[in-house]
Design a protein around this ligand. Structure first.
Ligand SMILES: CC(C)(COP(=O)(O)OP(=O)(O)OC[C@H]1O[C@@H](n2cnc3c(N)ncnc32)[C@H](O)[C@@H]1OP(=O)(O)O)[C@@H](O)C(=O)NCCC(=O)NCCS
Length: 273
């Protein structure tokens, strides 16, 4: 593919899950093949190929109430700064516009440089935190909570009905919905680390207590995407060994359609919001 050629943006199918995974793995992201299948099956994924090789993607996942989540904006290092991400996000926005959808995304700093000029406006900020080595310790077993309870509380916080998405996560081997007094969270496998989120809680103490009991039950590395305005939660995590890996900036394109009735402590992940 020469620098001046303009290969078409194609709609990808479920058979492209492995090629998509190669791109997210190249970027050291945590998505699994199953995550890609959600976007390819329930959303619209645009891609650009160079010969047979998939070199760029962007996904639009419809959410309830005329909303959509844009994610998996990935361009292989060999093909950057040729406008591919801009074209693919434009294709997502065009689809959103035709369907009357407001688009949301959680941007990496590199991504924010692409989305700002396209007309996205910043909303809240997130911080990706990692715990490299949780030390399993003597602790009472985690108490399991129901999908209904999680979906209801997630809806209050996000404004979206994501029962189907949360149910798909919960059905994977290795997933657990866990709860303690005043807090509930989903734990699922990722490519390199287990992911905690969404995490909803009555207050910081309940959120930190739930994270602590998850940490005591795990031996794999853990990730979570905390809402930056939950400052005491972030302080509590960093004091107990979690490190901040990177920021994400939530951005919106289109009219404000939803306002959560409570702030989550951690979101489902930047790719899902
Ligand atoms: C972010 C990413 C998708 C950009 O892809 P791309 O195809 O290179 O982006 P574009 O060529 O469309 O860039 C459009 C404009 O955005 C800005 N931009 C893009 N990447 C940038 C970077 N790394 N730093 C600063 N500005 C950048 C520039 O203004 C660029 O225009 P220019 O090249 O004429 O200066 C790509 O770098 C990538 O895959 N990064 C790793 C994964 C990631 O962070 N994805 C975003 C998730 S939200």
């Amino acid at each position: 593919m020469g620098a001046t050629e303009a290969p078409p943006a194609l709609k990808l199918g479920v058979q492209d899950a492995i090629a998509g995974l190669a791109l997210s793995t190249e970027a050291h992201w945590n998505q699994t093949e199953e995550d890609w299948r959600i976007f390819l099956r329930d959303g619209i994924v645009f891609g650009i190929r160079d010969g047979a090789r998939l070199v760029a993607t962007a996904a639009l996942l419809p959410y309830s109430g005329n909303n959509a989540w844009i994610s998996m904006v990935l361009v292989s290092a060999t093909h950057r700064r040729r406008g591919l991400a801009t074209r693919l996000v434009d294709a997502c926005l065009d689809t959103a516009r035709k369907n009357g959808l407001t688009s949301w995304l959680d941007a990496t700093p590199d991504g924010a440089a692409v989305y700002g000029p396209l007309g996205f406006t910043p909303t809240l900020q997130l911080r990706r935190l990692k715990l490299a080595r949780p030390a399993r310790a003597e602790a009472p077993p985690l108490s399991l909570a129901t999908l209904d309870a999680l979906a209801m509380r997630d809806r209050r916080a996000s404004g979206f009905d994501r029962t189907a998405l949360l149910s798909a996560f919960a059905q994977r081997p290795g997933s657990r919905i866990v709860g303690t007094d005043g807090a509930i969270a989903l734990l699922r496998d990722g490519r390199t680390a287990r992911h905690i989120g969404p995490l909803l809680a009555d207050d910081t103490a309940a959120a930190l207590a739930l994270v602590d009991s998850i940490v005591r039950s795990e031996t794999s590395p853990l990730l979570l995407d905390a809402v930056a305005s939950q400052a005491a939660f972030l302080e509590g995590l960093t004091a107990s060994g979690w490190t901040v890996e990177r920021p994400f900036q939530r951005m919106r394109f289109g009219p404000a359609t939803v306002t959560g009735k409570e702030s989550p402590f951690a979101v489902a992940g930047p790719e899902f919001g």
